[in-house]
Design a protein around this ligand. Structure first.
Ligand code: DX5
Ligand code: ZN
Length: 218
């Protein structure tokens, strides 16, 4: 198993200073910066788009989570705005294979996400091509929601299927992750933990990163 990575969700940060919030998270030990793109259609909320992402200056791994109805229309914009990884939803309107190919042609890692009520099997046909699967542990659309425990067995199912296929992919979880829920998803097979509210609202961010990675005890 790889080291656990923390992807800091800017949605949970003080957006009036998003750039310095991203740097603060990286200095505290976060590995990636998670950028939640919402279009007011795939989810009811609207967050931010490629120009916002582009404005985040400095060295960082940009983990772009597209919660949009037509992710295939967005790939060039986000590639040009510095994404290292683009994750989109299997429930979107875009053809999955075509969108993965587009992300790869842009030279980026491709991730595929499932909402809480979508079965693990929905990603199985694409595991050979993907670098990451994102299992949503809340309904996409808002930060600060409660963790949905019934999503956990899907993490194990996807890890097992990937192992069968000899695919050493990342499995990311997103939503409601805190020091209590992190060990649950890590034990199930997740290795990239998205954290917004818990991380950015914590008093000691470096300690929270260690707690989420399982490198410190509560
Ligand atoms: C929800 C977003 C998440 C969200 C996680 O739609 O995809 O990335 O910011 O936030 P917390 O950690 O607050 O649940
Ligand atoms: Zn997200």
């Amino acid at each position: 198993m790889r080291d656990i990575k923390i992807s800091a969700s800017l949605l949970g940060s003080d957006l009036s200073k998003a750039g310095s919030e991203a740097q603060r998270a990286l200095q505290a030990g976060a590995d990636w910066i998670h950028i939640d793109v919402m279009d007011g259609n795939f989810v009811e909320n609207i967050s931010f788009g490629a120009p916002f992402q582009k404005a985040l200056k400095g060295d960082m791994f940009k983990d772009t989570h597209l919660m949009v109805s037509h992710p295939d229309h967005q790939i060039e914009f986000f590639a040009e705005s510095g994404s290292d990884l683009i994750t989109f939803h299997v429930e979107s309107q875009s053809d999955v294979e075509h969108t993965i190919n587009k992300i790869h042609r842009a030279g980026l890692m491709a991730g595929l996400s499932i909402k809480p009520d979508t079965p693990a099997e929905a990603v199985f046909p694409y595991l050979e091509k993907l670098e990451l699967v994102l299992v949503m542990t809340v309904e996409p659309g808002y930060g600060g929601q409660g963790f949905l425990t019934y999503t956990v067995p899907k993490i194990t199912d996807i890890r097992q299927k990937a192992l069968q296929l000899n695919r050493d992919i990342y499995i990311q979880v997103d939503g409601g992750i805190n020091p209590e829920t992190a060990p649950v998803v890590i034990n199930a097979g997740a290795d990239v933990i998205v954290s917004g509210t818990c991380l950015f609202k914590s008093e000691n961010m470096a300690r929270t990163v260690k707690l989420l990675k399982g490198q410190a005890a509560l």
